[in-house]
Structure formats: structure tokens, C-alpha cells
Design a protein around this ligand. Structure first.
Ligand SMILES: Cc1cc2nc3c(=O)[nH]c(=O)nc-3n(C[C@H](O)[C@H](O)[C@H](O)COP(=O)(O)OP(=O)(O)OC[C@H]3O[C@@H](n4cnc5c(N)ncnc54)[C@H](O)[C@@H]3O)c2cc1C
Length: 253
């Protein structure tokens, strides 16, 4: 028999778990379905900006949120939602393993940052390679850094880094920066920012942590730049294929 719930939450990252804690206290039949516990929180070795907790890690916070959810009798199943269809009385949820029926659904499937696609990139994740400048720039006060990316993400990250890093190399494929013109003008005035247009990252090197990046311009000239960190601001992938027939999506998801 198909299991029935009043509320089903897709995703057990901070958004899904927070929703779960609220719903669990309402004493209504509910369920969280998620691929994993914690989502992107598992990629945070040192979490400094979550109010109420100091120097925790993301996975520790995930465990804490899970315990709070389970304390109210919350139920989690680890599975992948493949499709959701609307029925007269609610929604039919098809997962890899089974099917559920739910009167309401809360979607919290998060997003995944785009990477550069370099072979050794994951080896340096959180050891100099970072995908969230807002989150991790403060760890590089007074150091030499680089940021590679697209559009407004890149400009915003460059301004943020320029406030704390000794040097910021801003690397981008085209000849013009994208995004808000006032922000671009402000960035261009920063003395510790060097613009590196028409370029991409060819390789990243280091031992235990990142030590240098190799940048290639459109003419094929290569340059080695010593940096303690490379921030990758290439946007995000949001996978909402399983509801694209129910919800109006834009280009970003
Ligand atoms: C490297 C890195 C470092 C970061 N550092 C910080 C930091 O220091 N401070 C900070 O505030 N933020 C940080 N962030 C951002 C923060 O992690 C995210 O903003 C936050 O995790 C988003 O929460 P979420 O619940 O919306 O999504 P997610 O954390 O992405 O969780 C989504 C959940 O949905 C599940 N899911 C997705 N699709 C399906 C499906 N079809 N079926 C079932 N389950 C599904 C996933 O498995 C996951 O459990 C960082 C992010 C990254 C990538």
C-alpha cells in the first residue's frame, strides 16, 4: 500500500531540516525524503557564521538539526525523488525505491556549485579551493587570493575579497566584466585587485594545500600565480527536473 502523509519535505539540508522541525511540532503525518543528511553542509569543515554556534562544522550542525527533528518524532527516509505528479487530492511522489502520497510538499533540494572540472580540484576543496566567497573569504585575511567566475557573482566576490586579502587576481574568460556597473567601477579602483581578462585556469598545484594556479590567456600564454586560495564563482546547478511540469522555472531553476 502507498504510504500517505499530510506533508512531505524533499531534502535534508538546513532548509529541509528546519522545515521538518516546524512541521514535526504540528503533530501531523509528515516525512522527509532525502539523498543524504545535511546536503551542502557536509562541505563546510569550519562554520563560523551560523548564529548560536561557534567554530562548529557543517556536518555537526546537520547532526544537531537531525537530533532536534527526531526528538519530535520526525521520520526521514534516504531515497531519491524521481518525479512528482499532481492528483485530485494531493501529490504522488515516485522515488527510486517506492511511491508515496502527500497532501502537500515542501521542496528543499538545494543547489550544487559549478566546478572548474580540473582533475585534482576536489583534492584541494576547503584546502585553498572554495565555492562560497561569502562563507570562506574571512579565512584568508592578508593573503594572496584569486577568484574565477562569471557575471555579477565574480564582481561581488572580488569586492568582498579585496576588503580582506592582500591581493586578489580576478580571472575571467571575456574582455568585459558583467553585472552591476557601479560595482564594476568600484572594483576597478581597488589597488589590491588585478584584472586578468581573456583567461582561464589551466591547472592548480600544491602539496597539502593550494599553492599556485596556472592561468592561460586566449593567445595561449601561461602564467603561474602563487595564491593561498582560489574562489570559484561559476554559478550553481539546481535540479528541479522532478517538478518541472508542475512549477514554472526560470533559467536558474
Ligand atoms: C563548499 C561550500 C561551503 C559553504 N560554506 C558555508 C558557510 O561557511 N556558511 C554558510 O552559511 N553557508 C555555507 N555554504 C552554503 C550552505 O551550505 C548552503 O546555503 C545550504 O546548505 C543550503 O541549504 P539547502 O537546505 O537549501 O540545500 P542543500 O544543503 O543543498 O540540501 C539539499 C538537500 O536536498 C537533497 N536532494 C536534492 N535533490 C533531491 C532529490 N531529487 N531527492 C531527494 N533528495 C534530494 C540533497 O541530497 C540535500 O540533502 C557553503 C556551501 C558550499 C558548497
Amino acid at each position: 500500500m502507498v504510504q500517505q502523509y499530510d506533508v512531505t519535505i524533499v531534502g535534508a539540508g538546513p532548509a529541509g531540516l528546519s522545515a521538518g522541525i516546524f512541521v514535526a511540532r504540528q503533530k501531523t503525518p509528515y516525512l522527509i525524503i532525502s539523498k543524504d543528511l545535511g546536503g551542502q553542509m557536509n562541505l563546510i569543515p569550519k562554520l563560523e557564521n551560523y548564529p548560536g554556534t561557534i567554530m562548529s562544522s557543517g556536518s555537526l550542525l546537520a547532526k544537531t538539526l537531525e537530533s532536534q527533528y527526531l526528538a519530535f518524532g520526525g521520520e526521514i527516509t534516504y531515497d531519491i525523488v524521481e518525479n512528482i505528479d499532481e492528483t485530485e487530492e494531493g501529490f504522488k511522489i515516485k522515488t527510486v525505491r517506492t511511491e508515496y502520497f502527500s497532501k502537500a510538499i515542501i521542496l528543499a533540494p538545494g543547489k550544487v556549485p559549478n566546478n572548474l572540472g580540473l582533475a585534482n580540484e576536489s583534492m584541494f576543496a576547503n584546502r585553498g579551493i572554495h565555492y562560497c566567497t561569502k562563507c570562506d573569504a574571512p579565512f584568508y585575511q592578508g593573503r594572496s587570493t584569486a577568484v574565477v567566475g562569471v557575471g555579477g557573482y565574480l564582481v561581488e566576490a572580488g569586492i568582498l575579497l579585496s576588503r580582506m586579502a592582500a591581493k586578489v587576481y580576478l580571472i575571467y574568460k571575456g574582455g568585459k566584466l558583467g553585472g552591476d556597473q557601479d560595482m564594476i567601477t568600484s572594483l576597478e579602483k581597488k589597488e589590491n585587485v588585478e584584472l586578468v581578462p581573456h583567461s582561464n585556469i589551466k591547472a592548480i598545484n600544491g602539496s597539502n594545500t593550494l599553492q599556485e594556479i596556472i592561468v592561460e590567456d586566449s593567445l595561449g600564454h601561461q602564467r603561474t600565480i602563487p595564491v593561498a586560495a582560489l574562489f570559484i564563482e561559476m554559478g550553481f546547478k539546481i535540479n528541479l527536473d522532478f517538478v518541472k511540469h508542475l512549477v514554472k522555472l526560470n533559467q536558474k531553476g
